[in-house]
Design a protein around this ligand. Structure first.
Ligand code: G1P
Ligand code: ZN
Length: 543
């Protein structure tokens, strides 16, 4: 069958963000939209002739059809080989691992992460490079330039590949290898945490609930937690991936993982609860009646990672995104290791991990990871927690109380205002940005402003600068508020406000989070004038 060169008109410039391109599924299904974007990726990375690519996604609606198009286009563009997860399935961390394990040139991951899936929901596609991590800004810029000028794409005219059969097939002269999506990932996990110890923990009656949220981690969690580690059958709930995630929102936070939260706060709650998102890179950790913020989870993992075989020798350093709470900074300080503060988005961790400057990293948005892959990794975080629980024989609550008693507690919450009119969101941010310089020393409500700036990041590895990464204001006494606009929302603008208050008094470590944060929340609203500018009186989501 011949390769077809299809004439096309450039799609309106499509700028991939930190997590590739996310759009409504209907947009991806417009004639030539996906094809143009895939060709722009291939061209933007300097062509794919002779290259090997990993391809897989989170199983959402359009995953398999999109993979067929990608495979035909990869063949027509001269790729030597594509390695595809069986059924088109690969979690994002498993894809990152496969790129590294198979020494591939890169990979295409199909996912809109925690956004809902289905014909009326969202779809996404991103390119990860040779190190297994999200493409650098230089590459995403190349891809963006290309989307706006492209006037043809190449595609092989041939039948669909059978994605269900493990083994080797071909599309024209390109080889397609269908692989078990779980096996290599499970082997990697076994090399990091102590499977025997965790197996013993479950054998001794430890109970757990893992909510796969009808998304990609179902098969991974069934295989690893239940089959290999001996957790009771039924430990994994919502474990069969569905095209629309059971009509849910596969975002592991207390709002969307309500079924899990109800169990963990109910009578007979299991010892440990966890959830992961659409593509398996995020995680939520819950103890019996105790939700653990991702920022606190990162701090705890940093403090105890040495209990797992892979980190026995200690950590080179840690990194957190700027809006993530400063809890981990305090742990790093006591361990005498560096703690880097990066802009939001996983790609900034890649350079630090590649350079060996950090071993663990994480974000407040439920992403935690280590140098084992170049993506955040939901199930890995859960397994590391299990390893720590098995070694310390402490409960989740006791571990956290212990951490706070030693390092203080960073009370923390994030407020999201979604689908705000873009010009109003920009007006609010610009207004605040313009007055930052005058804020230091002012009293807002009950709080005194200590510092106020716009975060700009100088990458210590490649020397590049990323400016305009969010406005941060800190107050005397350990409170902080951060404002930024989301880069991943698909409708209008999402304003994120991050609130934090450090408490070191041992008698004040068990207060109500929202009460503790009220003064800094009030200050945030006064400073930003959010209600008057946007007309919003309450956030849409509080996490
Ligand atoms: C959000 C999170 C960020 C994460 C990104 C991709 O981005 O806040 O931490 O890296 O999703 O999962 P945002 O929408 O805030 O730009
Ligand atoms: Zn995700």
């Amino acid at each position: 069958m011949p390769t077809q060169i299809v004439r096309t008109t450039p799609i309106e410039g499509q700028k991939p963000g930190t997590s590739g391109l996310r759009k409504q599924t209907a947009v991806f299904r417009r004639p030539h939209f996906l094809e143009n974007y895939v060709q722009a990726i291939f061209d933007g990375i300097g062509g794919i002739e002779g290259k090997t690519l990993i391809v897989g996604g989170d199983g959402r609606f359009y995953n398999d059809q999109a993979i067929q198009i990608i495979l035909r286009m990869a063949a027509a563009n001269g790729a030597t080989k594509c390695i595809v997860g069986q059924g088109g399935i690969l979690s994002t961390p498993a894809a990152s691992h496969l790129i590294r394990l198979r020494k591939a040139d890169g990979g295409l991951i199909l996912s809109a992460s925690h956004n809902p899936g289905g014909p009326d929901a969202d779809f996404g596609l991103k390119y990860n490079g040779r190190n297994g991590g999200p493409a650098s800004e230089r590459i995403t810029d190349e891809i963006f330039q290309r989307t706006a000028t492209l006037d043809f794409f190449k595609i092989a005219a041939c039948d669909d590949i059978d994605l269900t059969e493990i083994g080797i097939q071909s599309v024209e002269s390109m080889e397609v290898e269908i692989v078990d999506p779980v096996a290599d990932y499970a082997t990697l996990m076994r090399s990091i945490v102590n499977f025997d110890k965790i197996h013993n923990l479950f054998a001794n009656g430890f109970t757990m609930c893992f909510d796969a949220m009808h998304a990609v981690t179902g098969p991974y969690a069934h295989a690893i937690l239940e089959d290999m580690l001996g957790a009771a059958k039924g430990t994994v709930i919502n474990g069969i991936p569905s095209e629309d995630f059971g009509k849910g929102h596969p975002d592991p936070n207390p709002i969307w993982a309500k079924q899990l939260m109800d169990k963990m706060y109910g009578t007979d709650a299991p010892d440990f609860g966890a959830a992961s998102d659409g593509d398996g890179d995020r995680n939520m950790i819950v103890g019996r009646g105790a939700y653990i913020t991702p920022s606190d989870s990162l701090a705890l993992l940093t403090a105890k990672a040495h209990l797992a075989p892979a980190y026995r020798g200690g950590l080179a350093g840690v990194a957190r995104s700027m809006p993530t709470s400063r809890a981990v900074d305090r742990v790093a300080d006591s361990l005498g290791i560096a703690c880097y503060e990066t802009p939001t988005g996983w790609k900034f961790f890649g350079n630090l991990l590649d350079a060996g400057k950090v071993t663990l990293c994480g974000e407040e948005s439920a992403g935690t990871g280590s140098d084992h892959v170049r993506e955040k990794d939901g199930l890995w975080a859960v397994l590391l927690w299990l390893n720590i629980l098995a070694e310390t024989k402490m409960s989740v609550t006791d571990l956290m109380n212990d951490l706070w008693a030693t390092h203080g507690r960073c009370y923390y919450s994030r407020l999201d205002y979604e689908a705000v009119e873009s010009d109003k969101a920009t007006q609010m941010i610009n207004g605040l940005q313009a007055k930052l310089g005058d804020l230091v020393g002012q009293k807002i409500g009950t709080l005194d402003i200590e510092t106020a700036d716009e975060f700009s990041y100088l990458d210590p590895v490649d020397g590049s600068t990323s400016a305009n990464q969010g406005l941060r204001i800190s107050f005397v006494g350990g409170a902080r508020v951060v404002f930024r606009l989301s880069g991943t929302g698909t409708q209008g603008a999402t304003i994120r406000i991050y609130l934090e208050q450090l408490e070191i008094n041992p008698n004040r470590l068990q207060q109500d989070v929202m009460s503790v944060l009220q003064p800094v929340r009030d200050a945030a609203l006064i400073l930003s004038d959010l209600v008057a500018i946007t007309g919003r009186t309450a956030p849409d989501v509080i996490t």
